[in-house]
Design a protein around this ligand. Structure first.
Ligand SMILES: [Zn+2]
Length: 139
């Protein structure tokens, strides 16, 4: 599915910048911050436009919002398991190179909240050292 198809499925107008932002996230297999997205799409889309697009795409659950150390990162999750709403993606953050990548899926059933509690968002992040940085460390 293309970025334009996805926007259409969610009844969102396919503006030039919406398509560009979503395409950019779809082709990146790691989570990106708004600053990183801005850097790649400059000068095609400005900061406030990108900010609004990221908000609407994450509100609609088209992209995943991951908050790490108070920095928002965004990821387009193409894993079909996530679609069913039963699983959440667990992310891995490398504390050396700072990349954030999907690490697997976790069943939401594993986390039953006590009565009266309501979940708004899942944010599963494992912090550690990625395979690339780990190799550099030992070589
Ligand atoms: Zn690393």
């Amino acid at each position: 599915m293309t970025a334009a198809d996805i926007l259409k499925n969610y009844n969102l107008n396919k503006t030039h910048c919406r398509v560009l932002v979503l395409e950019h996230l779809m082709k990146n297999r790691r989570a990106l911050s708004q600053a990183e997205i801005e850097k790649s799409l400059r000068p095609l889309c400005n900061r406030s436009t990108i900010y609004r697009i990221l908000n609407i795409l994450s509100e609609k659950n088209i992209i995943q919002l991951i908050v790490i150390d108070e920095v928002n990162k965004y990821f387009y999750d193409d894993n079909p398991m996530s679609d069913k709403g039963l699983y959440e993606t667990v992310y891995f953050q490398c504390v050396k190179c700072n990349q954030v990548i999907p690490a697997g899926q976790m069943s939401k059933k594993a986390f039953q909240l006590s009565e009266g509690f309501m979940n708004l968002r899942y944010n599963f992040v494992i912090q550690g050292i990625c395979n690339k940085c780990n190799q550099e460390y030992y070589n």
